[in-house]
Design a protein around this ligand. Structure first.
Ligand code: R5P
Length: 286
């Protein structure tokens, strides 16, 4: 069966590396989205590569329109590659009446016609592999080896660490490692003030080159606390790596100012820290 890869405009930087066709996305005057797939896809095995960050809500609507157009138009298999899956963080309910957004969004992607979603270090999966979540088949690829290989080339026997238990799967193959303890931040019932997380190191970092890895840097609070704690405990150098870099609240600068020697991420979300290219690991699944 013929396989084709379609790219949306926000993923066109992958064009140079992977043979593909463009999807046309436009906006009507009232800001609703218009989608057109200008190549024949009936009977084909189709993969769509579409970044869903920034502008998560709009990008998801575009994704739903694309997937449904492909399915209804007779594509034999429809796969979506969404490098950073938005709405993946509310995968638990803490307060009465909260929406479980991770499951709802996956359900919507599935019902739009997606046979399989391919993504990277998905927050609620916490390991590499194939899963069924909210009715959606998901292939989750981890960039842990790529991130660690980057730092191991530069540093001699670094201490590899994660800022919390959730990201400890990044360290699975490491011998010299440490998992920090994170006391989660968040909103308390009836309060509108957001509490920042606290991080405790709990292992020896004095005089060591420390590498801290996580699935994402969002507001940067977690990574900042981890960097500050390692610095206080006398680490020789501190480097940070994450699959996804949202870098809200000027956090890339704040991390560097706090003492991070280097901060790197993949290009799942493009920024000046995007040193790793996800298309290198995508080739195996396309
Ligand atoms: C949390 O469990 C995640 O693995 C990240 O540590 C967290 O989402 C990062 O968010 P922020 O940068 O806002 O602290």
């Amino acid at each position: 069966m013929e396989r084709i890869l379609l790219l949306t405009p926000n993923s066109s930087d992958f064009m140079k590396k992977i043979k593909s066709h463009n999807i046309i996305l436009k906006q009507f005057p009232d800001k609703e989205d218009y989608v057109r797939i200008p190549v024949g896809f009936a009977g084909k095995d189709v993969t769509v590569l579409h970044r869903c960050y920034p502008e998560q809500d709009r990008s998801l609507i575009q994704l739903f329109l694309i997937l449904n157009t492909l399915k209804e138009g007779g594509a034999s298999r429809v796969r979506a590659v969404v490098p950073y899956l938005p709405y993946a963080r509310q995968d638990k309910l803490f307060l009465n009446g909260e929406a479980m957004s991770s499951k709802i969004i996956c359900g919507l992607i599935s019902r739009s016609g997606c046979d399989e979603l391919v993504t990277f270090d998905c927050h609620f999966l916490k390991k590499e592999g194939e899963f069924n979540y909210g009715g959606l088949k998901i292939k989750n690829i981890s960039l842990s080896s790529m991130i660690l290989a980057y730092f191991k080339k530069k540093l001699h026997s670094p201490k590899i660490s994660s800022p919390d238990e959730g990201a400890s799967y990044f360290l699975a193959k490491e011998k010299d490692k440490g998992v920090m303890k994170k006391m989660r931040g968040g909103y308390s019932e009836g309060k509108s003030i957001y509490r920042k997380p606290e991080v405790e190191v709990g292992f020896e970092v004095k005089g060591r080159d420390v590498v801290i890895v996580d699935d994402m840097i969002s507001t940067g609070s977690t990574m900042l606390k981890a960097v500050e704690a390692c610095k206080k405990l006398g680490a020789k150098s501190i480097s940070c790596g994450a699959t996804h870099g949202l870098f809200l609240n000027n956090s890339l600068k704040r991390l560097r100012r706090a003492g991070a020697k280097e901060v790197i991420t993949s290009n799942s979300i493009k920024s000046s820290a995007s040193k790793l290219d996800i298309s290198d690991s995508l080739r195996s699944v396309l």
